[in-house]
Design a protein around this ligand. Structure first.
Ligand code: BGC
Length: 421
C-alpha cells in the first residue's frame, strides 16, 4: 500500500475520489428530512434575507434563496437514475474511487420490510462502480432516516439503536460482497449539534441533555455496527467520516483563548473518535473549517477569503489535523470530504492545490494517508441552504440536468494524472 513514487510523496495506490450522499443527489427520497423540507420551505424562503443578506454572494443568490422551491430536494440531480453517466464523468476526471450513500428509507421504507428492488438497485450501482474501476466507499448513514424510525424518537432513544443495527446487518448480508471500505456514520458531531443543540435541523430540538444522549447513542451504535460488519467480513476496513475543524487560538499567548481552544479541539474533534478508537480501521476526515477562538468559545475569523456560504477558507488547515489524527490513532487516514461552495469556480483550484501540498507534506512526515475525496463530484442539495451553494467539481443545471465539468476540475484531473504517472 505504501509503495511510493521516487520523486513524489503520494503512494502509488492512492485513492482520488469524489464524495456524495444519497439524499443530496438521488432525488425522489421520502425520509425525515424530505418531510421537514416541505414543512420548512416557506419559512426558510421568507427568512432568507434576514439570515443571509450579509453574504458577499447575496446579490447573486437572493432570487433563489427567497424561493421556497430552493429548500426542497425533490428530483435531486436525478443521480438515482443517471449514475452511470455520473460515473463516466468521474472516470473522465481520472478519479479511481467514489464515496456514496445508501438510503435507509428506500431499503426499509416500513419497519421490518425490506425493499428488494432497492437493494438490487444498490447492487447494480456498486457493480457499475467496479466496472468503471472506481473503488466504492460505501457510506451507511448520512443523516437521513426512514420516517417510521424518527417517529419512534430516532437516535434520541437507546432502545432504537437496534433498528439501525438490524439495517446494518442487512447491509452486511446483502451489499458488501464487492466492498472493501465502509463508513458507518457521517459527522455524528454535526448531526447531533444541529439537530439537538442549536435546533437548526430536524428534529429541531434545543436540549443539551438530548444532544448528549444522541451523541452517546451514536458512539454505541457505531461500535455495534463495527462488530456486525467485521463479523460478516473481517477484511473490511470500517470507519466513520468525522468532521474535524482546525481550531486555533485567536491570540496564541492568551491563557483564556488557549483553554477554550483546547477544550473545543477535544470536544469537537476527538471525543467521538476516542470513544470508538478500538472500533475503526481508518480515520475518515471531513475538512472545511479553520476557526480562531477567543476565551469562552467565541469564534473570530479573518474576514477573507470566504466562500459563497461565507465560510472562511484556509485549505492548508488540513495539515495539522492529519498529523494530530495520525499521532492519536496511528490508523490509516482518508480525507473523506473536502471542498467549498464556489459557484463561479473562482477559488476551487487554489483550494485543491493547497490541499495537495498539505497532503504531500503530511505524507512526508510519515502520516499513512491513503485517499482524498473531494466534496463533491456534482452540485447537490445543501441541507438547510438548499440548492444555491454549489460544491461540485461538475456543475449541474437543475432545469435540464445537464452536467458540465468546471475548469478547476479539468485542472484537478490533469494533476491527478501527473501524480499517478
Ligand atoms: C456534509 C455534507 C455537506 C458538506 C458541505 C459536510 O459537513 O457531510 O453533507 O454537504 O459538509 O456543507
Amino acid at each position: 500500500m505504501n509503495e511510493q513514487h521516487p520523486d513524489r510523496n503520494f503512494p502509488k495506490h492512492f485513492f482520488w475520489g469524489g464524495s456524495t450522499a444519497s439524499h443530496q443527489v438521488e432525488g425522489g427520497n421520502y425520509n425525515q428530512w424530505s418531510k421537514w423540507e416541505l414543512e420548512q420551505a416557506k419559512e426558510l424562503a421568507q427568512t432568507a434575507h434576514q439570515r443571509l443578506h450579509w453574504l458577499p454572494s447575496w446579490d447573486r443568490i437572493k432570487d433563489q434563496a427567497e424561493e421556497p422551491e430552493n429548500y426542497v430536494s425533490g428530483k435531486g440531480i436525478e443521480h438515482y437514475k443517471r449514475y452511470p453517466e455520473d460515473f463516466a464523468l468521474a472516470q473522465e476526471l481520472n478519479l479511481n474511487a467514489f464515496r456514496f450513500g445508501i438510503e435507509w428509507s428506500r431499503i426499509e421504507p416500513e419497519e421490518g420490510k425490506w425493499d428488494e428492488a432497492e437493494i438490487e438497485h444498490y447492487r447494480r450501482y456498486i457493480a457499475e462502480l467496479r466496472k468503471r474501476k472506481l473503488e466504492p466507499f460505501l457510506n451507511i448513514w448520512h443523516w437521513t432516516m426512514p420516517v417510521w424510525f424518527t417517529e419512534k424518537g430516532g437516535f434520541g432513544k437507546k432502545e432504537n439503536r437496534k433498528y439501525f443495527e438490524r439495517f446494518v446487518q442487512k447491509v452486511a448480508d446483502e451489499l458488501i460482497d464487492d466492498i472493501t471500505y465502509i463508513i458507518t456514520l457521517n459527522e455524528p458531531n454535526v448531526y447531533s449539534s444541529f439537530g439537538y443543540l442549536t435546533g437548526e435541523w430536524p428534529p429541531q430540538e434545543k436540549s443539551l441533555f438530548k444532544f448528549c444522549k444522541v451523541y452517546w447513542n451514536l458512539t454505541r451504535t457505531h461500535r455495534e455496527s463495527y462488530r456486525i460488519l467485521k463479523a460478516a467480513k473481517p477484511s473490511l476496513y470500517v470507519g466513520v467520516a468525522a468532521q474535524l475543524g482546525n481550531i486555533q487560538s485567536k491570540r496564541p499567548h492568551n491563557v483564556l483563548d488557549n483553554v477554550s481552544t483546547k477544550w473545543m479541539r477535544y470536544f469537537w474533534n476527538w471525543w467521538f473518535l476516542a470513544r470508538i478508537k478500538r472500533y475503526q480501521d481508518f480515520v475518515g476526515i471531513n475538512y472545511y473549517f479553520t476557526d480562531y477562538y477567543t476565551g469562552f468559545g467565541k469564534r473570530i475569523n479573518p474576514s477573507v477569503p470566504v466562500n459563497d456560504l461565507g465560510w472562511y477558507m484556509e485549505p492548508e488547515g488540513i495539515y495539522p489535523l492529519m498529523l494530530r489524527a495520525w499521532t492519536r490513532f496511528k490508523k490509516p487516514i482518508f480525507i473523506t470530504e473536502n471542498g467549498l461552495a464556489d459557484a463561479s469556480d473562482e477559488h476551487r483550484r487554489w483550494w485543491i492545490e493547497e490541499t495537495i501540498v498539505a497532503m504531500e507534506r503530511a505524507i512526508s512526515e510519515g502520516v499513512d494517508l491513503r485517499g482524498y475525496f473531494h466534496w463533491s463530484l456534482l452540485d447537490n442539495f445543501e441541507w438547510k441552504y438548499g440548492w444555491w451553494p454549489e460544491f461540485g467539481l461538475i456543475h449541474v443545471d437543475r432545469k435540464t440536468m445537464k452536467r458540465t465539468i468546471r475548469p478547476s476540475a479539468k485542472w484537478f484531473a490533469a494533476t491527478i494524472k501527473k501524480l499517478q504517472s
